[in-house]
Design a protein around this ligand. Sequence first.
Ligand code: DGL
Length: 270
Amino acid sequence: MDERAIGVFDSGAGGLTAVRQLRRLLPGEKIVYFGDTGRVPYGTRSPSAIFQYARQDIAFLLSKNVKFLLAACGTVSSILPADYTAALPVPFAGVVDAASAAAASATKNGRIGVIGTSATIRTGSYEQRLHNADGSFQVFKKACPMFVPLVENGYVAPDDPITAAIAEQYLTPLRQEGVDTLILGCTHYPLIAPAIAKVMGPEVTLIDAGREGALLARRRLTELGLLAPEGSVGGAEYYVSDEPVGFEPFIRLFVGADDGPVTRVAIDNY
Ligand code: DGL
């Protein structure tokens, strides 16, 4: 049993897709969330810049005495070297392992689509894990660099015409390949899942990397005996690297009306 908080981080609002699941799955847990809103997006940057940002994000969360780290960011999870995460002082999980395993179980025809940021798609991280699970899987991937700015700028209404048009353009080739499973390999993408589902059609299973990350965190915390004691009162504290005012509506919309507080942090100091 461990009363300390779970540390969750992302470049911005995307990791809230993991937080909303964690709040439901583990209501007695405390969560400390960091969204690097001053430096979003990560997915258009070089691996060395992303690694440097992630190191600071992790240093900040460790300064909050967290018991576990969840990289609720497909880009960071794709870039961080395994020897680095293994040497961290607390257990670490990333969404790439979680979402790949879920897609491997979900597919019936072995044709799996992966969408993510440019940095994620360049690493081939999802593809590698899918092929480790089953070498016969056919993996079709597509970088969707416009999706993160759309989400961060609030184009998230289910019928938003701009998001719909861009989704159509990015995703039509994947639909034409006959994938039966699509990994939303960036945690921002579940926030526009209705637009994605509309292009892919009802037969295609969408794998939400944020949700799968939360499920993996619950499994690991359970195995490691790190869950909070029965009857603990959970809650979430949010930290961002730019003005909180732009972030609060995302919390209200995607996590809950009364969640908070949101505090600005000088991430360069970590
Ligand atoms: N939510 C991130 C991911 O899962 C972020 C992307 C970005 O900042 O470009 O990849």
